[in-house]
Design a protein around this ligand. Structure first.
Ligand SMILES: C[S@@+](CC[C@H](N)C(=O)[O-])C[C@H]1O[C@@H](n2cnc3c(N)ncnc32)[C@H](O)[C@@H]1O
Length: 597
């Protein structure tokens, strides 16, 4: 039924001169509007004025079969819109066909929230609003087809606030997608069960089509920027509660994915977000809409207001989100985080490690209730500071993982060892490629791809010419050159079971920058070789590593037990033997050692 509604509508043109995606888009808009008009017609006589004033693109309306059950119209519209967002259209031999595609989802960041999840978020957010709930002003930010909007109305009804009064007085919504906005407005009409222009005015005022991230003013680069007078003026720190699944979208113009026009818009938007002065915490590094959205929501929320959001879990782990994360934790009270892995079936057509978090605006975080890997436990801001220092990561690990981190936080970090050097390989493979030769010299070139758990494999047959040494610093010559060192890869797949694999190189080896190395005296190296190859330090590394690189600053963070307690002559026949030995040095229980294996 859903499929045929759109395809029937767009079969009519026999020859298509326009872009087929645009033709399909127009057909989609007209079918949704046709359905909305059909609904309104069933509820009142003269609906043309209401339709024209309250719905977007109202000049684009398809004729709709008259046998549709009026009670199903909004659900049907929603299904059609999801289908459209997950589609790409093709045209051949006078026919248009539909294929499954993520293109629309990626370009618009439109992935809708499961109804049970949006209700849970609403319940936990509004449950904290307190006695002001009947008067509370609540925003569904980036509402799409109104999954959160519905959940808010349902929650308020359970609390004795009737749906019409909630639509009129309490609930607001904003989105940039005109079709989705039309569907949310239709849902609002359904709560009244009647249609008139007074109701239409309320709905159009409370559910708005705007770019929620670009504010009116001198630098606005779009014509649908949000105005400070919108949503009854509550956009300036006026909302008591905001709930959202904001768009996840990396703002990066790419010629393959975007038309020239949208590439220019993306460039202007990037410039706006970075330079308008409206955003402070979410505009470092690569721009992602979900981070900018969180900052925008905080600006719309009252001090003491409640925020409930579902977004990528990189927020609490990634370096790129550090500034925003610190703002959330240090200038607000984060009270709840629930993690989902990419394997959890949260969204249609999308796999994404995700989290839900709740905070109260203002104050400072004290104790967070964390749900992860099926367990629930509490983590304090103090312990996060103690374990992760300035980065304030809150990684997605179990309660047992947190208790191991507590133990590890008592040990000194690798960076504090005075007699070691933790560095990237000395030969930049691009910059110094002129020094690389196939003719045998004294100096074997070691690339990252030659490293294995069993040592260095001679698979490349490359050497380094002697004059390379002359180009290096005195420190390198004095402390690293001509010594046996411990080496690991600089690039290692984040999904691989073991990331840290250290092996010894030969004294005359020259290391490419696809390797990292540690140099020190032979006793210290023997002890570090034991610790750095254990499952414990590999696990600790993975807790805060979110990309495919092994960076020296990440190695610097590894906890190192008092080296006088490590037997440099310890030998192991299996990883279990090594893990038991190292686990005991760090004071782990048998259970904890097993957990890491
Ligand atoms: C991840 S979807 C979530 C939709 C809905 N909240 C839900 O959970 O089902 C994100 C929504 O953000 C909207 N969006 C994208 N950019 C926006 C912007 N600049 N301003 C307002 N809405 C935007 C998209 O149209 C889409 O509906």
């Amino acid at each position: 039924m859903e499929n045929s509604l759109i395809l029937n509508k767009i079969q009519s043109p026999i020859s298509i001169t326009n872009d087929v995606q645009l033709v399909a888009k127009e057909a989609h808009i007209s079918v949704i509007n046709g359905l909305i008009k059909y609904y309104l017609n069933q509820h009142a006589d003269q609906i043309q004025d209401v339709f024209l004033s309250c719905f977007e693109n109202a000049d684009c309306v398809a004729d709709i079969p008259q046998n549709i059950n009026v009670g199903n119209v909004s659900a049907l519209c929603e299904q059609l819109h999801i289908l459209y967002l997950n589609s790409k259209f093709a045209y051949s031999n006078g026919k248009i066909s539909r294929g499954k595609s993520k293109q629309n989802l990626i370009e618009t960041g439109s992935v809708y929230t499961r109804e049970d999840i949006s209700y849970n978020i609403v319940e936990a957010t509004l449950g904290n609003v307190g006695y002001i709930l009947p008067e509370a002003k609540i925003l569904d930010f980036a509402c799409g087809t109104g999954r959160f909007y519905d959940a808010i109305i349902k929650y308020l009804s359970c609390k004795g606030i009737d749906a019409q009064s909630a639509v009129t007085n309490n609930v607001y919504a904003i989105d940039i997608d005109p079709v989705a906005i039309n569907i949310t407005r239709l849902k609002a009409f359904e709560h009244y069960g009647e249609v008139n222009s007074e109701i239409a005015d309320i709905i159009k005022n409370n559910i708005i089509l705007r770019n929620a991230l670009v504010k009116e003013g001198l630098y606005s680069v779009v014509d649908n920027a949000i105005r400070y007078s919108d949503l009854d003026g509550f956009v300036r720190q006026g909302f008591d509660a905001i709930v959202s699944n904001p768009p996840y979208l990396v703002l990066k113009p790419s010629k393959d994915k975007f038309s020239e026009e949208s590439a220019i818009l993306t460039k202007n938007l990037v410039n706006y977000f970075r330079t308008s002065g409206n955003y402070e915490y979410s505009v470092e590094g690569m721009l992602n809409y979900y981070q900018i959205s969180i900052e925008a929501m905080l600006q719309m929320l009252k001090i003491g207001g409640e925020l409930g959001v579902i977004c990528p879990s990189t927020l609490f782990a990634d370096v790129s989100a550090t500034k925003l994360r610190k703002h959330l934790l240090l200038n607000n009270s984060v009270r709840y985080i629930r993690y989902y892995t990419e394997k959890d079936p949260l969204f249609v057509n999308v796999t994404q490690a995700t989290c839900i978090f709740h905070l109260t605006k203002g104050g400072k975080t004290d104790c967070i209730e964390v749900h992860s890997e099926g367990a629930k436990f509490e983590v304090t801001l103090n312990s996060i500071q103690q374990m992760f220092g300035a980065q304030l990561e809150v990684p997605s690990i179990s309660g047992k993982g947190w208790s191991i981190l507590h133990k590890l936080s008592k040990f000194a970090k690798l960076s504090s060892l005075k007699n070691i050097r933790n560095k990237r390989g000395e030969l930049d493979l691009t910059l110094y490629k002129g020094y690389i030769t196939n003719i045998k010299t004294k100096y074997r070139l070691v690339r990252g791809n030659m490293l294995s758990v069993n040592g260095i494999k001679d698979i490349n047959g490359e050497y380094v010419s002697e004059d390379f040494i002359a180009s290096k610093s005195a420190d390198y010559i004095n402390f690293d050159f001509g010594r046996q060192r411990l080496v690991c890869q600089q690039i290692s797949n984040a999904a691989s079971k073991r990331r840290l694999k250290f092996v010894y190189c030969e004294p005359n080896d020259i290391l490419g920058n696809s390797c990292n190395y540690i140099s020190s005296d032979t006793t210290t190296l023997a002890k570090l070789n034991i610790l750095l190859n254990s499952s414990l330090l590999d696990w600790r590394f993975r807790v805060t590593s979110s990309n495919n690189h092994i960076n020296n600053y990440e190695l610097n963070e590894l906890p190192i037990v008092d080296l006088s307690k490590v037997d440099e002559n310890f030998k192991w026949n299996s990883i279990d033997e090594l893990d038991n030995y190292v686990g005991k040095l760090y004071g782990l229980t048998k259970d904890e050692i097993k957990y890491l294996a």
